[in-house]
Design a protein around this ligand. Structure first.
Ligand SMILES: [Zn+2]
Length: 322
């Protein structure tokens, strides 16, 4: 009997031991699982409230954005012109039944909405707020309308929103086209790039400053044309057309613009270089800029522009004249 009893006790201890192990492992698993889950969540979750300080250091956590809402200052607001590419008769690039002009408008309107929400010190203007682009007769009229709008509104910054296309569907990513001498806009677009990556638009980002693109080159203000992604790439197209993704990206872009303008009140206005210095500076940037790409690179916008995007015409600014 004692032997049996001892064996029972032993069995009981083993059972308890196993049960204990199970509880401990469940606890550990729970903790680890929760941690993993939270870490993953933090990569994409964004706080909607301003943190009210530098408590959250974005360089330690590149996966998150702190969205800040600013209060009205006494200073004159800075005017930002948002330009949804194409419109009306001009659909831009096409993927099946998806037209670029609609993607551009949807995202640009959301950028406007968030910019106004984040920053009362920014006055938002738009080249178009509907599909209507009644001025459009040809590329030149269209270009001039958009350039005139910069002057009319007194804008200091302009952002043209586009979606790209290329014959090779594996080509993906975002292009920021800026003027070679516009260091302010180069800074600003690098903030936009950081924010886009933070909301999961990972991929290729290229800042192109060696390309003659009329809308940017002929601007007298800080100007960029953003080709958000390639409609010819399935991943990019899905993101560009998904309303949740459109919202996410618009919010991230608006936050970058809002924060940059708020934090750089003394950023010098863009000075368009004279014809001569512009020629020499774009020449030098081609050889020194690490982001400059050779023309034959499939990612270079030059081939895309002449082939597919009517708003990024051939280098000669006079070529479009009939
Ligand atoms: Zn376009």
């Amino acid at each position: 009997m004692p032997k049996l009893s001892g064996s029972r006790n032993k069995n009981l201890s083993i059972a308890l031991y196993i049960a204990g192990l199970a509880v401990v492992s469940l606890f550990l698993y729970g903790t680890l699982f929760t941690r993993t889950y939270k870490a993953a969540e933090e990569d994409v979750i964004i706080s909607d409230q301003p943190s009210g300080g530098d408590s959250q250091n974005s360089s330690d956590d590149p996966g998150s954005i702190t969205y800040k809402t600013y209060s009205k200052s006494d200073k004159e607001p800075v005017t930002v012109l948002l330009d949804a590419g194409h419109g009306g008769l001009d659909g831009g690039n096409v993927a099946g039944d998806v037209l670029e002009k609609d993607i551009n408008l949807a995202i640009t309107k959301k950028i406007a909405q968030y910019l106004e929400e984040f920053n009362p010190n920014i006055k938002v203007e738009m080249t178009r707020t509907t599909d209507d682009a009644p001025w459009f007769q040809d590329e030149e009229t269209d270009l001039n309308y958009r350039l005139d709008k910069q002057k009319e509104t007194g804008a200091e910054y302009t952002f043209s929103i586009h979606a790209n296309a290329y014959e090779d569907p594996s080509v993906e990513g975002t292009l920021f086209i800026v003027n070679p001498t516009d260091s302010t806009m180069k800074d600003l677009v690098s903030k936009i790039e950081e924010n886009m990556e933070a909301v999961g638009w990972d991929g290729n980002y290229t800042i192109v400053d060696n390309m003659i693109l009329q809308l940017v080159t002929m601007s007298d203000i800080h100007s960029t044309l953003i080709e958000l992604g390639y409609m010819t790439n399935p991943t990019d197209l899905e993101r560009l057309t998904n309303p949740e993704e459109q919202d996410k990206i618009a919010k991230a872009i608006a936050a970058a613009i809002s924060d940059y303008i708020e934090n750089n009140p003394d950023a010098p206005k863009y000075e368009k270089p004279s014809e001569e210095s512009s020629a020499s500076s774009s020449g030098s940037s081609q050889s020194t800029d690490p982001n400059a790409q050779p023309a034959q690179d499939p990612n270079a916008p030059a081939s895309e522009s002449s082939a597919a995007d009517p708003n990024t015409p051939a280098p000669d600014p006079n070529a479009a004249a009939s």
